[in-house]
Design a protein around this ligand. Structure first.
Ligand SMILES: NC(=O)c1ccc[n+]([C@@H]2O[C@H](COP(=O)([O-])OP(=O)(O)OC[C@H]3O[C@@H](n4cnc5c(N)ncnc54)[C@H](O)[C@@H]3O)[C@@H](O)[C@H]2O)c1
Length: 424
């Protein structure tokens, strides 16, 4: 039988996708590849797949931990292979991640690739017996999310999704207050995320480096699961702006917050989603919207709102859980209306009509280091990570439901979303 590793040279597009899904089903047995059991103080040898902005940060976080060593890095862009030498001079570098995955002296990999490549290498890494830290959003679409969920659940590998706010102290506080019944019946959660940029410079837009050309980039590997096209430096560097490689701000940022809300209230996937908005801030050729309003319907009479703009940053980001007995407000990076000073943190406020004796309080739980939590789980192998595949799956489904609603300009139910054929 052909392995997933050999699949990387196949034609892309629909054929590549069909092949991925077919092999996903047939490779669950491979995904259960027995992994080496490390002792509590044993060295964890990692590889990094994707040494761009986030990959470099993840690598720094990982090698700052005791007894974690980076032995290999794979990236299709020579400049990014070179820059990693400053952090991990002894690491072997490759352009093709399959060469890294073929090494049997690597315990675990960090996947920090453009979104369209997450599922492919998530799956290949499990099949190669590696523990996985995969950046959010877990996958580019819902069918891939289903396949990755099943593959991870049928493997012995330790999976952490790069939803680092799942390890935050504020989430522990929100969860504790919710589970203690201090909010009563929560019928609505409002959430928002806002940013700004100088006029003429769209959010996320990156200047194309002079050496970004086919001599320095393995473009065919960037398109490994997409139709082959002529080299396009803008798509390669600014992949976030294009549907073929990205899910826009819903998969870049909403996913963190919807995962957080789902974990705080132990929610399932939404029953339905709507999303409106468009490209209002800067017309720079991007396809994904910069101004967004999402509405989710969850079971048991709960509406969750998320709104986002790239033309105003005053209110930073946050969530407000509105309950019959109390409110939880979590704010990050907002500025106070009067003083202009930074506002942040998490607070609880009782609703006097139903909790007359309740008192307002602020959160104090300590957060955990998300990368350290993954490494600890790799060593002990007997506990779940803080952001396991299940929250990766639920948050990916929610994000893709919102994008489907936007692109189809209508309300999308969960059943419709699960049956939808993904489009670039
Ligand atoms: N958790 C967070 O808070 C957070 C923050 C930022 C980004 N991210 C996520 O991290 C991921 C990467 O984002 P980024 O900003 O670092 O992107 P980036 O473009 O800077 O980096 C991606 C890297 O992947 C490389 N690459 C592309 N195709 C490849 C292939 N087939 N094999 C090997 N390497 C390949 C590119 O050369 C590049 O170095 C995204 O999914 C993003 O959503 C997460």
């Amino acid at each position: 039988m052909k392995t997933i590793a050999q699949d990387s040279d196949d034609n892309a597009g629909d054929k590549g996708r069909r092949e991925f899904l077919r092999l996903a089903a047939g490779t669950l047995a491979l995904a259960a590849f027995p992994s080496k059991v490390l002792g509590a103080n044993q060295r964890v040898r990692i590889g990094l797949i994707g040494a761009g902005d986030r990959g470099m940060q993840d690598l720094k976080d990982a090698i700052a931990l005791p007894d974690v060593q980076c032995v290999a890095v794979a990236d299709v862009y020579s400049q990014h292979r070179d820059q990693v030498k400053n952090l991990a001079p002894a690491a072997e570098t490759y352009d093709d991640p399959q060469r890294l995955l073929a090494r049997n002296d690597i315990d675990a990999v960090i996947i920090a690739l453009p979104l369209h490549l997450h599922a492919k290498y998530f799956f290949d890494s499990l099949a190669a017996g590696k523990d996985v830290y995969c950046e959010k959003t877990m996958t580019w679409d819902i069918p891939e999310a289903v396949q990755c969920l099943h593959a991870a659940q049928n493997s012995k590998q330790v999976v952490q999704i790069g939803l680092q706010h799942e390890s935050s102290g504020e989430l522990a506080d929100a969860r504790k207050w919710y589970e203690a019944g201090m909010l009563g019946k929560v019928t609505m959660v409002e959430s928002w995320m806002s940013r700004n940029t100088p006029h003429g410079h769209g959010q996320w837009y990156r200047t194309i480096p002079a050496d970004c050309n086919p001599q320095h980039v393995n473009w065919d590997l960037f398109l490994v699961n997409r139709p082959k096209t002529a080299f396009d430096a803008n798509q390669f560097i600014n992949w976030r702006l294009f549907w073929e490689f990205s899910g826009g701000n819903v998969t870049e940022n909403m996913v963190h917050q919807i995962a957080w809300i789902m974990t705080a209230m132990n929610l399932p996937v939404p029953e339905a989603a709507e999303m409106m908005g468009g490209i209002y801030s800067e017309k720079d050729g991007r396809q994904v919207p910069d101004t967004i309003a999402v509405t989710f319907e969850f079971p048991n009479y709960l509406t969750v709102l998320w709104q986002s703009t790239f033309s105003n940053s005053r209110y930073g980001l946050g969530e407000r859980f509105l309950g019959s007995d109390g409110t939880v407000e979590h704010i990050s990076g907002a500025t106070d209306m009067v003083t202009g000073k930074y506002r942040g943190g998490i607070s609880y406020y009782p609703e006097k009509s139903n909790r007359a004796d309740g008192t307002a309080t602020t959160g104090s739980s300590a957060g955990q280091n998300h990368m350290a939590n993954w490494v600890e789980c790799i060593r002990t192998r007997n506990q779940k990570t803080n952001a396991p595949v299940e929250i990766g799956y639920k948050s990916a489904v929610a994000a893709h439901m919102a994008n489907l609603a936007y692109r189809q300009k209508r309300r999308i139910t969960l059943q419709e979303a699960m049956a939808a054929k993904p489009e670039y």
